[in-house]
Write a protein that binds this ligand. Sequence first.
Ligand SMILES: [Zn+2]
Length: 286
Amino acid sequence: MLEKITSNILFMPAEEKTDRPVLGAVSGAEKSFIIDSGNSPAHARQFIKKLSASRVPPPRLMGITHWHWDHTFGMSAWDIPIIAHTDTRKSLEALMEYSWDDGSLDKRVKQGLEIEFCAEMIKKEFAWDRGQIKVEVPEIIFPDRLTIDLGGITCLIEKVGGDHDSGSTVFYIPEDRVLFLGDCLGPDLYAPQYYYSIGKFLGLLEKIRGYGAQIYVGSHGDPESSEGLEKEMEEWEEIARIVEKRGKDWEGILGQIKESFDREPTPDDREMAELFLNGLEIKERE
Ligand SMILES: [Zn+2]
């Protein structure tokens, strides 16, 4: 069975082993809206099976959070219209040219076009038949935002962008105050060093707060309460401001984190600080 967020919203949890993300279903009176396609046809079929066992109204439309393989390689297993941001469609069109055998994947990792972690996960998820990878493109594209009416419940689809992907799109269900975030809060992974740009990241947090959601659903973790995410967001903001002020003074950054949070910097604090610092260095080089 699927897990319940509210009486209208179900999800299948993420699976770390082959980087399968959360898949969501928002159900109105007669139809359901699906969020993300799965990382393979097998992942998609698992969700389709659980959806029918959960007796939700039939899936009629799907929205994609962003182009990354783990969110889109399940598209070919669905026969419903798919909605995505203009940038997401463009990125998927480019992916259609690629081959997915080990040699091609390894070559793209060397060229910096593919992330080593993703290549490894693709090999694992498609261990038996890499030929199953069929990149498709969405039928319905939108420039900024779009609302869909599912009968008694609506879903606001909006591009928020951010470092992780410029086309990152969130899905907000105002009646239930649930926000599907995709990976939008993640760093840019397609760079020699993973990074966050401070300005972009702080702007994104403001946008996310603006929805007034009570429950947040990220793609690679468990749903979180607004209190939980708000506490994390405040810490990230503080770390961003500290890095912005201190620049490359790593000891100074750690000292100020200790002072601000009244504790030793945790591995997560250090990682966030490093990602912001990488962003500063990239900006400097530009
Ligand atoms: Zn992603």
